[in-house]
Design a protein around this ligand. Structure first.
Ligand code: PLP
Length: 467
């Protein structure tokens, strides 16, 4: 069996007498009605006792597990995260960007990127990604567009991009990395959905950005690997990263009582991934799954972007809406990763046999495929945007409520975040347009959950706050 130093250390401690936190005492003390649910995991839910190391100052079994992780991805160093990619993104940005500095940010980044910039007091210049025209599925930023952005915003100290997109499209990033080096910007890649991307991976799977010249890469192990929710890791890939600043931020952002079950699941997920051999079989099973659904599928290749085989991405057609497809799925007691008015995204496991079994459970979702030519690669009309207000200015202005139909042209004081995918529709400091309002109404109509959505918009006035 592949080595799992942290899992092994925890197993050897399962029957110890606990005179320490947590209060369940290895699962001996349980709230009534929960017997049989938590005991197994509570046996390894420990704290920093002798032999179990300390995530925030790892020198023992946690460090050994992180070294094995780093070897697998060929990083300079890798660290476990117990607060999801969210904690890695916050720490990456806060440790590399100072107040008032500028970061080039892919517009469809996850909310945590915008939160990180707000906490850092840093300014975002937004780069709009290429999309699939019919469904709006995000692709990414071509290297040429990044070069233009870097030339126009030479003060950018970092570039933050998402690859793959939530919908599963990814591209090669060697050229992007070389450009960031040329312009002296740190290249941070949110690879949250790509923990199964390994160095040297061959078609149809992808190579991780770790091997393509990124400085920092963050992956949610829990999304695509068999790890517990919130289990993630960050790869430090170059000497340009200030590791001591990063460690300091990780300590500030993450709990001082890191979850051992989450860390153990990271150790085990790394071992699992190291043992995956039948990549072609997995891709073939995923392909069969997609065809079985009978619904219009987004193309596996659009321009330089390829779709992750483990993302089954179905489009609405004239015959069937995504809502109807979701209803058919849920009637079979099956649940999707994401539904938008245009797309239904199902995430498949990294295991051919399991995908085969899922095929048996999958109902027909739609009346039939669409002609692939209806899907087109589209470039944005406007590629680069600066938010209408700087972070510093926003803190000084009075905020008021504004009826939605009067909000166009005003500046949003709130983030509006459809969830999933957690990509903001509107960012604090961004000017509200008719398109934002139209999209918001469409999402509401389609029953999509939107964080920050209130009856009225919250907008900045020109009036200064007192004090
Ligand atoms: C692209 C992207 N980045 C980052 C995150 C945050 O990941 P986590 O849930 O592991 O904190 C998500 C979560 O959905 C995401 O989709």
């Amino acid at each position: 069996m592949t080595q799992m130093p942290l899992v092994e250390a925890l197993l050897s401690r399962r029957r110890d007498h606990s005179f320490h936190v947590p209060g369940h005492k290895n699962g001996a003390l349980l709230p009534a009605g929960t017997e049989g649910i938590f005991e197994t995991v509570m046996q390894i839910d420990k704290t920093e006792i002798t032999g179990l190391d300390d995530l925030h100052d790892a020198t023992g079994v946690i460090r050994e597990a992180e070294i094995l992780l780093s070897r697998l991805y060929k990083s300079r160093n890798s660290r476990f995260l117990i607060g999801g990619s969210t904690s890695g993104i916050l720490a990456a940005v806060l440790s590399s960007v100072s107040r008032g500095e500028t970061v080039l940010v892919q517009r469809n980044c996850h909310q945590s990127v915008f939160h990180a910039l707000e906490l850092a007091g840093a300014e975002a210049v937004l780069i709009e990604p290429d999309k699939e025209a019919r469904t709006g599925a995000a692709l990414g930023i071509p290297a040429g567009a990044l070069e233009t952005a870097l030339a126009k915003v030479p003060e950018a100290v970092a570039v933050m991009i998402t690859n793959p997109s939530y919908e599963g499209y990814a591209q090669q990033l060697h050229a992007h990395a070389a450009l960031c080096q040329k312009y002296g910007a740190l290249f941070i890649v949110d690879e949250a959905h790509g923990a199964h991307f390994l160095p040297g991976a061959e078609h149809p799977f992808f190579e991780s950005a770790v091997e393509q010249g990124a400085d920092l890469v963050i992956q949610s192990a829990h999304k695509m690997l068999p790890a517990l929710t919130m289990g993630a890791w960050i790869h430090i890939c170059s000497s340009r990263v200030d590791e001591s600043a990063l460690n300091r931020m990780l300590q500030m952002i993450q709990s001082s009582s890191p979850s051992y079950p989450i860390m153990a699941s990271l150790d085990a997920a790394r071992a699992f991934l190291a043992d995956v051999k039948e990549w072609d079989k997995i891709a073939a099973a995923a392909h069969a799954f997609c065809r079985q659904a009978g619904a219009p599928l987004l193309p596996v290749q659009l321009g330089q972007w390829r779709l992750d085989p483990l993302k089954a991405v179905f489009a609405a057609s004239d015959q069937t809406s995504t809502f109807a497809m979701e209803r058919r799925l849920e009637a079979a007691n099956a649940f999707a990763e994401l539904r938008t008015p245009e797309l239904l995204v199902l995430t498949l496991p990294l295991h051919a046999g399991l995908i085969q079994r899922m095929i048996e459970k999958l109902p027909v979702l739609s009346e039939g495929p669409l002609d692939a030519s209806v899907f087109q690669h589209a470039e944005p009309e406007i590629r680069l945007r600066r938010p209408a207000l700087l972070q510093e200015e926003m803190g000084k202005l009075v905020v008021e409520s504004c009826p939605i139909y009067e909000a166009s042209g005003k500046i949003s004081a709130a983030d509006l975040i459809p969830y999933p995918p957690g990509v903001p529709l509107l960012i604090r400091g961004e000017q509200i347009t008719d398109q934002h309002i139209e999209k918001l109404l469409q999402l509401r109509e389609a029953g999509i959950r939107i964080k920050g959505d209130e009856e009225h918009f919250r907008v900045f006035t020109t009036e200064k706050r007192k004090g």
